[in-house]
Design a protein around this ligand. Structure first.
Ligand code: PMP
Length: 303
């Protein structure tokens, strides 16, 4: 298939990918000073766009960064970016940095934030991962303490997650589990974690140092709709070892089963039935809600 050049929304206009450049003096690059969102489009609709934009504005507010567009303008920019790139199913990355400044870290030298939106195809986990499940490894690096950096802020600081991801690869596992400084389970490198045991679903609270994931929120809700008690509770690695089911949730991953943790097989070593049920329900939901990208059906040029 012929690859058309991607158009990036950068500082108020659409530019070709090759021209989508950000300064080497941008504090997003120099200091990780910025916030972002990862969003999915499913079947010509953007899933939970409002919630993602609300989280973005909240993250920006918490770091005293003024987003240069209103909520309505940003909503339109995301939808327009999808249309410009003929996106039907895909991934949207929305980034706002402190902008170009001097070499000092003080954001006072940055008069104008940088804002860009990329709408692209998504690289999914292969279907085998959903059928077979992931093997987790507990990382030696800990999740950044919630007392150092509020975990609800979706900032550009992912270095410890990256180090944890490298540990997973080095240990021959698929993904790393991050504990907090107290040794309680926090989350994985880009996903929240859930445990099902004795008929109850549990996930660590935000205070344990986890991003309040949008998929996490949907899963808590869907489980309760299924009549399953779903709670936020602190847990240790032991709770994962002895669980009936463990799974991860995230925008890119959706719901992925976990079948092994630090050499311990979770239950039978096969993805659990609740995990599969929630994945089906979640997938149905993603295709039936969210603002429409195209007002009059699927255009022929969409991929
Ligand atoms: N935790 C971290 C650290 C993440 O980066 C993500 C992905 N945004 C998540 C959890 C899952 O959040 P969401 O369901 O909103 O994608």
């Amino acid at each position: 298939k012929e690859q058309r050049e991607k158009k990036i929304f950068l500082d108020g206009q659409f530019v070709n990918e090759a021209d989508a450049k950000v300064s080497v003096f941008d504090h997003g690059l120099l200091y990780g000073d910025g916030v972002f969102e990862g969003i999915r489009a499913y079947g010509g609709r953007v899933f939970r766009l409002e919630e993602h934009l609300e989280r973005l504005f909240d993250s920006a507010k918490a770091i005293r960064l003024t987003i240069p567009l209103s909520l309505e303008e940003l909503t339109n920019a995301v939808l327009e970016c999808c249309r410009t790139n003929s996106l039907w199913d895909g991934y949207i990355r929305l980034v706002v940095t402190r902008g170009k400044g001097d070499l000092g870290l003080n954001p006072a030298s940055c008069p104008k934030p940088t804002l860009f939106i990329i709408a692209d195809a998504i690289r999914l986990y292969p279907p085998s991962v959903y059928e077979r499940g992931l093997r987790l490894h507990t990382a030696a690096v800990r999740r950044v303490s919630s007392e150092a950096l509020e975990p609800a802020i979706k900032s550009l600081n992912y270095l410890n997650n990256i180090l944890a991801k490298m540990e997973a690869s080095a240990s021959g596992s698929d993904e790393s589990l991050l504990l907090n400084e107290q040794g309680c389970v926090a989350e994985c490198t880009g996903d929240n974690i859930f445990v099902f045991k004795h008929g109850e679903l549990a996930t660590p609270p935000v205070s344990a140092g986890v991003l309040p994931g949008i998929t996490r929120r949907e899963i808590l809700r869907l489980a309760r709709e299924e009549g399953i008690p779903a709670v936020e509770r602190n847990m240790t690695r032991y709770d994962l070892f002895v669980a009936d089911e463990v799974f991860l949730t995230g925008t890119a991953a959706e719901i992925v089963p976990v079948v092994e943790i630090d050499g311990r097989t979770v239950a039978t070593g096969k993805p659990g039935s609740l995990t599969q049920k929630l994945l089906l329900r979640f997938r149905a939901l993603t295709r039936s809600t969210g603002p429409l990208i195209y007002s009059s059906g699927r255009p022929a040029e969409t991929e």
